[in-house]
Design a binder for this molecule. Structure first.
Ligand code: AP5
Length: 216
């Protein structure tokens, strides 16, 4: 089963995608993670996108569609793919449909994690992740058990994202409402949209996603 996780920055897409990977053997394709990896590696593309990402703007459709195309080519058959943070524009949504068609498969659901903007500032400014395994934490709602040490892999490389500031979040939200929110209508028209309350506790969001995926 292939799904898209939709929702503004901080809605919980990455957090829930990791649960689906662990519990269902699905493959998480996060364009945000791919772009951050390109930055980290110092590649020409990574340098090109760095400032755009820090400002909270969207990278070009051409770059992210290329990344997904490449990742899908290398993807082994698993329990399905979770598209996390992709598509974010209507052209990206059309491109995803074409790429899946080319691979002889389809998108089953686009699941929107619906949240209030008010909650996002706290979620974004309190977030940190493990630089080694990618586990996502929060200062208040999901701290590590031992301070400064990842619960999952024991790494002490805990990082905060350069774009997790209030200023960048404002721009990211603006981009979301202008360019990504119309995708809810797009997937609704295709009969694929499901909406989940992203403000609920993490375990409840997880259960709501499971109820959607288990129906098929
Ligand atoms: P990307 O990395 O995709 O960031 P984003 O969409 O802004 O989403 P986030 O990762 O910030 O949030 P999330 O929903 O995953 O929340 P999380 O689970 O971490 O993109 C970054 C940038 O890359 C973009 O701005 C753009 O420049 C570029 N880019 C990426 N894809 C692109 C594309 N397709 N096209 C063009 N440009 C692209 O949770 C957040 C926090 O909340 C965590 O601390 C977590 O512990 C906590 N939390 C999660 N769920 C709950 C809950 N239910 N209750 C309480 N706390 C919770």
């Amino acid at each position: 089963m292939n799904i898209v996780l939709l929702g503004p920055p901080g809605a919980g897409k990455g957090t829930q995608a990791r649960v689906l990977v662990e519990k269902r053997g699905m493959l998480q394709l996060s364009t945000g993670d791919m772009l951050r990896a390109a930055r980290h590696s110092g590649s020409a593309m990574g340098k090109k996108v760095a400032d755009v990402m820090d400002r909270g703007e969207l990278v070009t459709d051409e770059i992210v569609i290329g990344l997904i195309d490449e990742a899908l080519d290398g993807a082994a058959a698993q329990g399905g793919v979770i598209f996390d943070g992709f598509p974010r524009t209507l052209p990206q949504a059309d491109a995803l449909a074409a790429l899946l068609r080319k691979k002889g498969t389809d998108l089953h659901f686009a699941i929107e994690l619906r949240v209030d903007d008010e909650a996002l500032i706290d979620r974004i400014t309190g977030r940190f992740t493990c630089g080694n395994c990618g586990e996502v934490y929060h200062d208040r709602t999901r701290p590590t058990k031992a301070e400064g040490v990842c619960d999952i892999c024991g790494s002490t490389d805990l990082r905060r994202r350069a774009d997790d500031t209030e200023e960048s979040l404002r721009q990211r939200l603006w981009e979301y409402y202008k360019k990504t929110a119309p995708l809810s209508g797009y997937y609704h028209a295709l009969g694929k949209l499901k909406v989940v309350d992203g403000l609920a506790p993490m375990a409840e969001v997880e259960a709501a996603l499971a109820a959607i995926l288990d129906v098929d």
